[in-house]
Design a protein around this ligand. Structure first.
Ligand SMILES: [Zn+2]
Length: 436
């Protein structure tokens, strides 16, 4: 478009000899001025406000949902209601996570108890601690209605089918408590499927889904729960794609072509996900976003050893109490740790928002923008500079605007795609229940 000042400039140019005038005119037409930083921020703010923003994976550990750690108020957590409000995040899926223990009847019973306690915590927050600020959505339509009422939304996700044990009836029990997706595994194989990160023993136990796992997927289809493939092995994803009648999700995973780790999905699996109609929600956990150079890994390892932090394997072996004692100690040492991490980050920069959006770009280019969303894994390891907690969510939108994503695409990524999948899952369940 030619504005008033450009017209004045053209009028001035008309006194130049014709060839020079034409040359200048062509040059000015070829150069469309790139948007200014202020224009990018303004457009990002508008689309972020207009979008339904959904983060599909947030962990709730320890005392979350009690007066001691009350997410209705400002906390040290990466996600609480004030941070959601500040960052324009409408909805999160708090995860009913259960760390894997022994695969025995006692182990499964204990896992069920842990899961039920986490469900109770989520209901306590939404129904007792601050029902005026947040409500639980049980259907996709609820989510939109609650946002229109000016409240934040919780949709309950589950992480680790270990809490199902071998009891198929628990799938419906968890559904009745509000669970709308279940991640079938965590680290370590379970009765349902193989994990992308085995703990001990063989790399694969079932070669994918177990026979019981196939029943679990069918039951989830019947009830209207999204099957979550984050943490499951590649072969288990193929089996799930074979068995499921509804679209599936990866609630918090990246693209392996961008960061080559087992927790991310390779291109073949992404193509399978596209054919299924599902969606991958990109995770903001640094080591899944960008593979660290060995020097950085070694420096962090040395620092952790110096401060007496246990390694991953030791963490997994801990009981719930030991883990909480460890978290408390980490909290005390946090200032020291963070000061030293600044030095490490300066030498080997960590994953940032641009690296995060590289995963979105990759998925969009490979299988289309209809199949990608966002699942931070905040309070479970997620958080990168620029997208370090819920209050910084708009920085992702800014980066998407900067890279030329349209408003419509940004709305799809922030929530539209996930809602589409959820509605299709509800539709398939209605048809299966009608037929059955
Ligand atoms: Zn996880």
């Amino acid at each position: 478009m030619i504005g008033g000042s450009s017209l004045r400039a053209l009028a001035r140019l008309s006194c130049y000899p014709a060839p020079l005038f034409l040359l200048l005119l062509l040059t000015s037409c070829d150069m469309e001025a790139p948007p200014t930083e202020a224009e990018i921020l303004e457009r990002a703010a508008a689309v972020h406000e207009a979008a339904l923003t959904i983060d599909t994976h947030v962990d709730i550990l320890g005392a979350w949902g009690t007066p001691e750690l009350n997410p209705c108020t400002e906390t040290h957590l990466r996600v609480d209601i004030p941070k959601m409000v500040a960052g324009g995040v409408d909805a999160i899926f708090p995860a009913v996570y259960v760390g894997q223990g022994p695969r025995t009847p006692e182990g499964h019973a204990a896992a069920k108890e842990t899961a039920l306690n986490r469900f109770a915590a989520i209901h306590r927050v939404a129904e007792e601690l601050c029902p005026e600020k947040v409500d639980i959505a049980y259907r996709a339509d609820d989510l939109e209605r609650i946002v229109a009422e000016g409240k934040r939304v919780y949709v309950i996700g589950m992480e680790n089918g270990y809490s199902i044990g071998r009891d198929l009836s628990l799938v419906e029990r968890y559904y009745d408590l509000g669970a709308r997706y279940i991640g079938l595994t965590h680290s370590g194989h379970n009765e349902i499927a193989d994990s992308s990160t085995p703990r001990e023993g063989p790399a694969e136990e079932w070669g994918g889904l177990s026979p019981f796992g196939k029943e679990v997927v069918r039951e989830m289809n019947r009830l209207g729960m999204m099957v979550d493939i984050s943490h499951v092995s590649d072969n288990a994803v193929w089996d799930i794609l074979d068995v499921t009648e509804a679209p599936i999700i990866a609630s918090h995973s990246g693209a392996r072509a961008v960061a080559d780790v087992a927790r991310n999905l390779n291109d073949d699996l992404l193509v399978g996900l596209k054919e299924n109609g599902g969606v991958i929600q990109i995770v903001a956990l640094g080591s899944f976003v960008k593979v660290d150079p060995p020097e950085r890994r070694e420096a962090i390892q040395a620092l952790r050893q110096e401060l007496g932090f246990p390694d991953r394997a030791a963490l997994r072996e801990m009981t719930e109490e030991e883990r909480e004692a460890h978290m408390a100690r980490m909290e005390e040492l946090r200032p020291t740790y963070e000061a030293r991490m600044v030095e490490i980050d300066a030498q080997w920069p960590p994953a940032d928002v641009s690296d995060f959006v590289d995963h979105i770009d990759h998925v969009k280019n490979l299988i289309g923008v209809d199949h990608v969303g966002i699942g931070s894994d905040f309070d479970g390891g997620g958080g990168i500079p620029g997208f370090n907690d819920a209050s910084e969510a708009m920085n992702v939108t800014v980066e998407l605007v900067r890279r030329g994503y349209t408003d419509e695409e940004i709305k799809q990524i922030w929530g539209g795609n996930l809602l589409r999948v959820w509605r299709e899952v509800e539709q398939v369940a209605a048809e299966l229940q009608e037929a059955g």
